[in-house]
Design a protein around this ligand. Structure first.
Ligand code: PMP
Length: 359
């Protein structure tokens, strides 16, 4: 068996220890004679898996009691619609800050349900900055304020949680949840697809404050209504059981790593190394303002884009996979989520230096 260093933006690398444990437990989960895939979601074995997962998530993120967790399907994309459907609560406006491709999609989908006020946008800088907070135009009558804490494609990350007063703050944390410390009590709602830092695709985590639950319009289908899902422990329909199990294994792995504070320090170290290597070279360049460079997704371009193909092919040969940048921005992108070991970043830096020397 030979595994590569996988820099995919998502679905992305999982901790090897998690995959090995899943492999070991595949046919017979802890003496039950069944795979987790074959269990009833109402049975006592799966209940144990679900309860442990909810507890571990609460513990790792220090989620206060007055917040509920829902584990839903439809990806973060479904939340682009479920959020206005659940949170508008009779209002007709929501505020969004536009910092890249993913906030753009959230804005587009929310616009089907309400008037979206784009409070600020970094489109003028081609999404390489975060608009200054002092200039955001927030309408106090809006139902909530939405931002994307890490733009997976543009490689832009908010260094701090923005201050929006009493308005419920909603965050798409798909690509940086569990990678750094967040004070959950600052938020009205946090959501994230699992397939970057939490597990395989197919489960979306929603963490929502009590007072925001229970206001979905009566036309909202029950599976999209946070209240109904939470009342049913997110089992209003059959959940993606195997994905919940894998998510649970990743959370246990994260606890063994020392929790979020420890993994955050490792993420800082990995990102600093890689940006330093990019900045010091004459061949590579990252266009993002230093104040908001993502620790998770590091896009970079080569001075001569004619070399892109060769760079990617040679990288593959050297066991460094999925470095091609998103088609909308071109160049390269190294996604270095929690599961990417420091040795993977070191190997990439070494390869980049060697490529520069020889080209
Ligand atoms: N938001 C962000 C920040 C993302 O990176 C992604 C996926 N790349 C999404 C939303 C959409 O997630 P999904 O495909 O799970 O709907």
């Amino acid at each position: 068996m030979s595994r590569i260093y996988n820099f995919s933006a998502g679905p992305s690398a999982l901790p090897e220890a998690v995959l090995l444990q899943a492999q070991q437990e595949m046919l017979d989960w802890r003496g039950t004679g069944m795979s987790v895939m074959e269990m009833s979601h109402r049975g006592k074995h799966f209940m144990t898996i679900a309860e442990t997962l909810y507890q571990d998530l609460r513990e790792l993120l220090a989620i206060p009691d007055h917040y509920k967790i829902a584990l839903l399907q439809g990806g973060a994309t479904a939340q682009f619609s479920f959020i206005p459907l659940n949170l508008l609560n009779g209002k007709n406006k929501a505020c969004y800050v536009n910092t890249g491709a993913w906030s753009g999609k959230a804005i587009k989908d929310a616009s089907r349900y309400c008037q979206v006020q784009v409070s600020a946008s970094s489109e003028d800088s081609r999404f390489t900055t975060i608009p200054e907070r002092e200039r955001w135009d927030i309408d106090p009558d809006a139902a909530y304020f939405h931002y994307t804490s890490n733009e997976t494609i543009h490689g832009v990350e908010f260094p701090e949680t923005p201050e929006v007063g009493d308005m419920p703050l909603v965050a798409d944390m798909s690509s940086n949840i569990l990678s750094r410390q967040f004070d959950v009590s600052r938020f009205g709602l946090i959501y994230a697809g699992a397939q970057k830092n939490m597990g395989p695709a197919g489960v979306t985590v929603v963490i929502v404050r009590d007072d925001l639950i229970g206001h979905a319009d009566s036309s909202v289908p029950p599976v999209f209504d946070y209240q109904q899902q939470i009342n049913n422990d997110s089992m209003l329909n059959t959940p993606a059981t195997y994905n919940w199990y894998l998510l649970g294994l990743v959370l246990q792995w994260l606890k063994q790593q020392g929790g979020i504070a420890a993994i955050e320090q490792r993420n800082i170290d990995k990102a600093e190394k890689l940006y330093r290597a990019v900045d010091q070279s004459a061949l590579y360049r990252n266009p993002v303002d230093k104040s908001c460079r993502s620790r998770m997704n590091v896009p970079f371009v080569l001075a001569d884009s004619a070399l892109d193909k060769e760079f990617l092919a040679l990288a593959e040969k050297n066991g460094l996979g999925a470095l091609k940048g998103h088609r909308s921005v071109g160049g390269m992108r190294a996604s270095i989520y929690n599961a990417m070991p420091e040795s993977g970043v070191d190997a990439l830096i070494e390869f980049m230096a060697e490529f520069e020397r020889t080209h």
